[in-house]
Ligand binder design. Structure first.
Ligand code: SF4
Ligand code: SF4
Length: 116
């Protein structure tokens, strides 16, 4: 399967929420991820049912809540970009802020940017 990259550089096709939906994970496995993410992202109230996503680029309603509310995603969607590496403002201030905690995402988008 070709890699699905989100606007911010997360590899959606390797994300547990994406895989849980695609591979129909059982509730216990999804619950473990919900508990882990609740702590990691200070997102209390996450349940196993929330661990389901079609990926950041999807127009469907089935996008994980945290990503659905993401301003980087909203911005990329509004500009109708494939991802932020294709933006003339790359990397803007909000993306740089995000990269401070997610250097892997910067790497992914930097690579796309030099290749395009
Ligand atoms: S948009 Fe969905 S698949 Fe992509 S990183 Fe967010 S939760 Fe994971
Ligand atoms: S301005 Fe460009 S680089 Fe920044 S979030 Fe929006 S689309 Fe991404």
């Amino acid at each position: 399967m070709e890699k699905m990259i989100s606007f911010c550089g997360i590899v959606c096709s390797e994300c547990p929420a994406f895989l849980a939906r695609k591979d129909n994970w059982d509730l216990e496995r999804k619950r473990e991820i919900a508990e882990k993410w609740a702590k990691q992202f200070d997102h209390s109230g996450l349940t196993a049912e929330d661990i389901s996503c079609e990926g950041c680029l999807s127009d469907s309603e089935n996008v994980f809540s945290h990503c659905k509310e993401c301003e980087i995603r909203a911005c990329g969607k509004e500009k109708a970009l494939k991802n932020c590496a294709y933006c003339s403002e790359y990397a803007c201030a909000k993306l740089k802020e995000f990269f401070k905690h997610s250097p892997d995402c910067k790497k992914v988008l930097d690579e796309i940017q030099v290749q395009r």
